[in-house]
Ligand binder design. Sequence first.
Ligand code: SF4
Length: 354
Amino acid sequence: MRDAGGIRRALLAWYDANRRDLPWRRSRDPYAIWISEAMLQQTRVETVIPYYERFLDRFPDVRALATADMDDVLSVWAGLGYYSRARNLRAAAQQVVERYGARLPSDAEALRSLPGIGRYTAGAVASIAFDRPEPVLDGNVKRVLARLLDLRDDVKRSDESERLWAEAAELAAGPRPGDLNQALMELGAVCCTPRSPDCSACPLSRRCAARRGGDPESIPLRTAKRAVPRVEAAAALLVRGGRALAVRRPPRGLMGGLWELPGDDLAPREAPARGLRRALRERVGLDVGPLRKAGSVEHVFTHRRLRLHVYCCEAQGGRVRLAGPDAHRWLAPSGLARLPQASLTRKALELLLQ
Ligand code: SF4
């Protein structure tokens, strides 16, 4: 990269004057920085802040997380999405206790050997917490570097991505690598935004090839988004003797380890009530009496838009036999809300309480 030293100086001076005051930036604790980086993946800063504060209150250090009950971890994480991050955090904390005496390693390679820590998170923790000259490359940094260098190829291609990692590594190989990385990410978040970048306020404007070209917004190349499929599902507040059935999703996969009302996705063109009776028979082994519809709720996941039809019903005897969920509980209906659950289940319970 031409004039890497000048770019570094401009970025650091801009960061010193413009950095947002975020809770994890007030800490030098590698554990706190690691938690923030795990939460910030695919998630907006404003969303993360209250979760970060609650999580650190509840699990203030590696040992507290390593010995935590998984239901407690998922309860604090509930609503933040991508639940494998929470499971990986606890698994990684256990390894940090066993292998490193409860101190996070400072070396990026050692960090990458831990569950859930990839190239980006390892670089972020090593540089921000330990001042190691390691690069980071998230969506914001990719966009800033692609524009700075006027790269018009698809940055998702592996050779282009490797080129950007190399450019980021060159920038990180100077003073204050942690601040330098945060400056790049911050610039992408607040100034070099996907639409209408604010080039007049940018510390790199004199050096930016895309700005000189006159159309920075066209970089990076955007690939057409695939349409999000729409899925219908049905679930029930299934009661027996005044207690309601909750089932737990298996640990791997979408919303893994979280509790929900029993039910399932509907087959194409399957009527919700009919599909629900089938699902309850197949997945929890129970036949039910009349179904009363409470309404429906919607939730948008990254890969699908789901409409959940919600019913109330009573079990007609028989024992629970699970096929799909890995655990079940009969609880007073008011106790359902205390289980770790995804936003979709919370919406269904709110509907039932209305
Ligand atoms: S000058 Fe504009 S396009 Fe170039 S890095 Fe700055 S904000 Fe982005």
